[in-house]
Design a protein around this ligand. Structure first.
Ligand code: G3H
Ligand code: 13P
Ligand code: ZN
Length: 307
C-alpha cells in the first residue's frame, strides 16, 4: 500500500482517544522492527526521519527502504520529516515523496515561526502533504538546537498560531524533553495546560515530542553490559496514556529505540565474544525494536487494530 497522509489515522485516534506512535528511523533494521510490530498489532504507523537520519542514511535510501517496507504491507504508514528546520529541507522531502513534514520554527520569535510555518504550509498543501508545526520550547538537545529551560506553550498563542498558519497539527511543550534524561525528580506534565489547549482547539490533533519512557529494563541492561548512561528517566507510560485522552494524537519515540538496540547489542556481544557477523547482533537489535514497539502500541498508545 502506498504511503498515506496522517489525516485519517489522526481522526480515528482523536475520536477513539488513543495515539499513533511516531518512531524515528535511521536504517533497515529499525524500519523492519517497527513494521513487524505494526503488522502484528494491525496498527497505523508513522515512521519519521530527522535531518540527522537523512544525512546518515541518505534520503533516497530511506525512501527506497520505506517503499520496500510498505509495498508488501496493507498497513497505513506515514513517512514524516521530524524537526525540519527551514523551508528548504521541507521542500526537498516533499518533492522526494514524504507524506508529512514538521516545520520546527520553535526557536524563532512568534512572528518568525508563523512566517516560516506558513511558507511551508502553502507549499505542502499544494502537494497534498500534512504539516506539523511547533509552538513552545522543549528543554534538552535536538540536532543543533539546545535549550536549558522549557517554555510551555501558551494556549491563546496556540489558537492564533494555528489560525494564522493553517498548520494541520501542533507540537506543544508541556514538560516533556528530548533524550534519556528528562526528569531529575518526580516526572510531571502540565495537564491543565494540555486540557486548556485541547479545549480551545477542538478536533485538532496535538503532538507530544520527547515522549520516550526510557524503559528501565534497557537502561539497566546497558549499564550492566559495559555502558555508562547513569540513571536516565523518561515520561511514565501512564502519563502518555492520559495525554492521548486530551487530543494528543501523535507521540514521538526515538530514545526508547536507541536504548533497546544498544542494550541488546551490548549484551549480545558480551555474551558472545566470538561473534563477528553483524547479522547476529543487528538481528537481535531488530527483534528488540519490534518487541518494544509492540509493547508501546498495545499498552501505551492504544492503536492496536486501528489499521
Ligand atoms: O528530536 C530528536 C530526535 O530524537 C532525532 O534525533 O536529530 O539525533 O536524529 P537526531
Ligand atoms: P525522545 O527523545 O523522547 O524519544 O523524543 C523523540 C522525539 O521527540 C523526536 O522528534
Ligand atoms: Zn522531537
Amino acid at each position: 500500500m502506498p504511503l498515506v497522509s496522517p489525516k485519517e489515522m489522526f481522526a480515528k485516534a482523536y475520536a477513539g482517544k488513543f495515539a499513533i506512535g511516531a518512531f524515528n528511523v535511521n536504517n533497515m533494521e529499525i524500519i523492519q522492527g517497527i513494521m513487524e510490530a505494526g503488522q502484528e498489532e494491525r496498527s497505523p504507523l508513522i515512521l519519521q526521519v530527522s535531518a540527522g537520519a537523512r544525512k546518515y542514511a541518505g534520503q533516497n535510501y530511506i525512501v527506497k527502504l520505506m517503499e520496500a517496507a510498505t509495498e508488501s504491507s496493507d498497513l497505513p504508514v506515514v513517512l514524516h520529516l521530524d524537526h525540519g528546520k527551514d523551508f528548504t529541507i521541507c521542500k526537498e522531502v516533499i518533492d522526494g515523496g514524504f507524506t508529512s513534514v514538521m516545520i520546527d520554527g520553535s526557536s524563532h520569535s512568534f512572528e518568525d515561526n508563523i512566517r516560516v510555518t506558513k511558507e511551508v504550509v502553502d507549499y505542502a498543501h499544494e502537494h497534498g502533504v500534512w504539516v506539523e508545526a511547533e509552538l513552545g520550547v522543549l528543554a534538552g538537545v535536538e540536532e543543533d538546537v539546545s535549550a536549558d529551560d522549557h517554555i510551555y506553550t501558551n494556549p491563546d498563542q496556540a489558537v492564533e498560531f494555528v489560525e494564522r498558519t493553517g498548520c494541520d497539527s501542533l507540537a506543544i511543550a508541556i514538560g516533556t524533553s528530548h533524550g534519556a534524561y528528562k526528569f531529575t525528580g518526580e516526572a510531571r506534565l502540565d495537564f491543565d495546560r494540555l486540557e486548556k489547549i485541547s479545549n480551545m482547539l477542538p478536533q485538532y490533533p496535538l503532538v507530544l515530542h520527547g515522549a520516550s519512557s526510557v524503559l528501565q529494563e534497557f537502561v539497566h541492561m546497558c549499564n550492566e553490559y559495559g555502558g555508562d548512561i547513569g540513571s536516565a528517566q523518561g515520561v511514565p507510560e501512564e502519563l502518555l496514556r492520559k495525554a492521548a485522552t486530551f487530543g494528543v494524537c501523535k507521540i514521538n519515540i526515538d530514545t526508547d529505540i536507541r536504548l533497546a538496540m544498544t542494550a541488546v547489542v551490548r549484551k549480545y556481544l558480551q555474551e558472545n565474544p566470538a561473534a563477528f557477523d553483524p547479522r547476529s547482533y543487528l538481528g537481535a537489535a531488530r527483534t528488540a525494536v519490534k518487541d518494544m514497539v509492540q509493547h508501546k502500541i498495545k499498552n501505551v498508545l492504544g492503536s492496536s487494530n486501528a489499521a
